[in-house]
Design a protein around this ligand. Sequence first.
Ligand code: UDP
Length: 356
Amino acid sequence: MKRILTIVGARPQFVKAAAVSRSLKQHGIEEILVHTGQHYDANMSEVFFEEMEIPKPAYNLDIHGLNHGAMTGRMLEGIENILLKEQPEALMVFGDTNSTLAGALAASKLHIHVIHVEAGLRSFNRQMPEEINRILTDRISDILFCPTDTAVQNLDNEGFRNFAVQVVQSGDVMLDAALFYAKKAALKSTIIENLGLKEFVLATIHRQENTDDVQKLRQLIEGLNEINRKTPVVLPLHPRTRAILQQNGIELQCRVIDPVGYFDMIRLLQHCQMVVTDSGGVQKEAFFFGKHCITLREQTEWTELVTCGFNTLVGTDKALLMAAFEKAKMNQPDFSINLYGNGHASDIIADTISKA
Ligand code: UDP
C-alpha cells in the first residue's frame, strides 16, 4: 500500500501518530492526516503537532464536547465524506477513542481496509467506553498491530485465528516516541528548573470512570492530598477533570499545573520519584523511564506491568493508595526487562503496510 488515511483526535493519538508518521514517510507511504477535533485546546493538541513535528492535518472535523453517541455519529459522517473523496487504499486508527471507532466503522462499510495500531488490548471492563471502542475496532480491522504478547493472546482467545486478518506483534509505538523525543526533551524542556522541582510525585487524572463519579473523585483527590503532605504532588490537570472539580467544590492541595506538552511530560517522568495515574499511556511511560506506577483503576490493559511488579492497581481506595505509595518508596525493581519491543515498532508497522 502506498496511500493511506490516518485518523487522530485525542492526545495519546498525537504521540502515537508522531512515531508512525515519520516511519511511513521513510517508507515512501503517502499519509492523509485527519484530525477529528476531539481534543482541541492548544495544550492538548497544537503543542504536540508543533513539538513533535507531526504533519499538519489535511482535514479538521472540529467535533468535540458532545455525548459519546453524537460525537461518534458526527465523526462517522465526516470521515465517510473524506474517504469517499480521497479513496485511500487503507485507513489507520490508533488506540481506543471515539475517533478510533468512528474511523474504523466508516472505512469498513466502504470496503476500505482498516489498520488498527494498539490492537488486542482488553481491560475486560465494559463500563469503560474505551473497552467498547477497542473490541469493536479490532473486530472490523484487517491488519491488527499488537503492542504486547498479551494483546496477541487476547485476540487468539477471541478466535481471531479463524478470521482472514493479519495480526502482527509490532511492539509499542509509544516506546518509539519516548526514546526518540527524550533526546529533544533534554535540550528543549526547562520545566524542572522553571517549577523548581526536587523530589515529587507525578500524577494525572482524566478517566471518565473516575471523573464522572463524584464520590470516587473526591476519594481520589483526598488520597492525592494526603500523598502531597509527604511528598509534593505535581498534577498537570486535564481540562475536563478541572471543570468537574470546580463544579463540585473539590479542593486540590497539590501543585496543579495546566496540561503540558510531551517534552515537558518526558522530563517530569524522568525526574519524578513515582507516578500516580489513571492514564493508559502514562502507565507505560512510567515504566519506560524506570518509575514505579500506582494506577487509580481496578484493572489495566497493560497487565504485564502489574505481573512484573512495576505497577500497583489501587482503584479509588485511599488506604490502598497510601500503602502502595509507602511500598513503592522502598522498592527498586529492575526495569531492564523488554516488554514493549525495541523502539522500532513504527518501522515494523510501515514495512508491513508497504508490503500489504
Ligand atoms: N501527556 C502529556 N501531557 C500531559 C499529560 C499527558 O504530554 O499533561 C501525554 C502522556 O505522556 C502520554 C499521553 O499524553 O503520552 C497520554 O494521554 P492520556 O493520558 O490523555 O490518554 P490515555 O493514554 O489514558 O488514553
